[in-house]
Ligand binder design. Sequence first.
Ligand SMILES: O=C(O)c1cc(=O)[nH]c(=O)n1[C@@H]1O[C@H](COP(=O)(O)O)[C@@H](O)[C@H]1O
Length: 263
Amino acid sequence: MTAREKLNNKLSAGLHVCVGLDTDFSKIPEYFKKEPNPVLAFNRTVIENTKDYAAAYKINFAFYEKDGIEGVKNLIETIKLIPEDLLIIADAKRGDIGNTSRMYAESVFNYFNCDAVTLHPYMGFDSLQPFFEFEDKLNFILALTSNPGSADFEKLELNDGRFLYNAVIEKANEWNIHNNIGLVFGATNSSELGRAIDSFGNMPILLPGVGAQGGSYEDVLAIFGNKGKSNFIVNISRGLIYCDPTEKFPETLREKILSYVNL
Ligand SMILES: O=C(O)c1cc(=O)[nH]c(=O)n1[C@@H]1O[C@H](COP(=O)(O)O)[C@@H](O)[C@H]1O
């Protein structure tokens, strides 16, 4: 199954939550710390209790790479725990000269076997093209991010009155000849989302920023719903996976993801 097919199957089932596996040892419930590998035991519990309601999983590589070889082993084992029919997004935010990007692309798609990746557009087409050549994968390009620093560059106004992120969206549409490009658009920017939504074409949109960063899942649903569009997923990391520090964590987690699914 291609990445696009995996995503479309879940979207057709009305599923839009992307579970963010940003696993931080210092934040996981205490009872996992008795396990031989607490991070993996925690991720296993998260996956088991969300897999029926999730549209995708996003694994932020930083949370694993920081533990060196042990972290990379946890990353590999976590990827193996995710059911085959669910999209796995490598949140690695790559983008370099083409020669180097080819190596990054082979790493996330061939070695780690992920279905999708997050990419920085700052270095332009040739820096992302090696990723686009993987036609069965999905490449989520950062358009407008959820953080306050998005004002520094992404929201800079261009001579024609548009903003830099609008130019990124236009380019992403042009580059999307294999239908394997998506966009990242921070859920914290709901007014910009309402204005930009018509420019997305048929690209799927990944919206992080709900929960810990203050973005609203309801706002995202309403904005896409008003346009009759359903090709979006909303990432929630801390707001989901740290929802309960007690041994009731699995139940609370199931209730929490269901509360989003039922909105
Ligand atoms: O590319 C991303 O996923 C991303 C883009 C963005 O604009 N904002 C953003 O928060 N993210 C990522 O989405 C996740 C958000 O985590 P929480 O704020 O804990 O839900 C983190 O892994 C971030 O690195």
